[in-house]
Design a protein around this ligand. Sequence first.
Ligand SMILES: Cc1ncc(COP(=O)(O)O)c(C=O)c1O
Length: 426
Amino acid sequence: MSPARTAIMRAPRAARTPVVRHHTRVPYRLPDSPPGTTAPDDARVVQVVDRPGIIDLAWGHPDVDLLPVAALRAATAEAFDRYGPDALSYGRDAGPPPLVEAIRDRLAATDARVPTPAEIVVTAGASHALDLAATLLLSPGDAVLVEEPTYHLAVRVLRDHPVDLVSLPFDGGGLRTEAAAETITRLRGAGRRVRMLYTIPTFHNPTGVTLEDGRRRELVALAAEAEVTIVEDDVYRELAYDGTTPPSLWSIGAPGSVVRLGSFSKTIAPGLRLGYLSADTALAARAVASGVIDSGGGIAHVPALAVATYIATGAYPGHVEDLRRLYRARRDALLGGLAEHLPDASWTQPRGGFFTWVTLPGGLDAAALLPAAEARGVSYVPGRRFYATGDGGRSSLRLAFTRYPEADLAEAARRIASAVRDARRG
Ligand SMILES: Cc1ncc(COP(=O)(O)O)c(C=O)c1O
């Protein structure tokens, strides 16, 4: 059995009682603190703070119990044995060829077109790839189009650049492409430069929605015609729960019209900070020639070699299959809990990814409800956080279903429903 499968099976999820999560991460201790004491907050080595008694569906992270610690430890050691000092030297600018080949193999299994090696650049995750794309494509004052709602932290990355964000409408079929065309025409008519459209067409964050096939074709046609580069955030491609993942915009778009952002954060581990972009060869070459790579060498060289070595063991497809099976069951448990406890609300039916998007009944304000929800032991992100420019999403909330076993997810739905019931009575 592969090390990844062993890691997953070691966690006795089904036997756990619901409600309070005690994940298996070892609490960090300062070197000189007495045994048994946990670290003060500023000594934490991770982002997440687990709050006792709260089923926290706010974090869009993988389950820590599913991170392949043993397999990555072994792969890292093997990479050091294999590459010796080359593992610790400045890395090849575009990323190590074994990783580039591994990325191409996975895209051969999950997408409609495989990039050539010259179309791939290894990055420090999708966040860094987005920042790099913005650096290469944008000038001060440009208008950047973003669907609303959208991934709130991508907005943070874009706001690090001196550009204006302009929102595009979104519905159950994804980004509304006709509105995108109208917006580009209107902005250009007003003398604005429009160079980039950022979108998450597949298993969207925060809604879980997947862009319809017809709209995919319309969108890539629009990008080519209007000479706007689509930046396609494709981090959930591997995590399909009902059938296959649709072809990426990158795979169906004209060369040069789409930059795709990929990541190992969702399928191996976010702490690796490892991902890639696929673009046309000219843009990929510009990325490779960028100052940050010229100065520092290939990005995340040690994680890149470790992941390439891990994937070469053959364990990765089975690991992804395990994640898909577990996350599919969790999605179903959460949606089942919503159907049972909160039938007056509406929610999306994600075919993959990490999230569902719930709209509360009676126009309730999700942000105002949050303290009552947390008092009942459940948390979420209010929908407004995902509106970069407008004030939409007032009655909506994002729930991530990846970090808890099924019984906890059903219980989370019950607790939200209890907060909703009391708010509607009051
Ligand atoms: C849509 C989307 N893009 C990017 C990221 C971050 O990716 P990475 O960890 O590779 O920077 C996330 C993580 O939540 C995400 O949901």
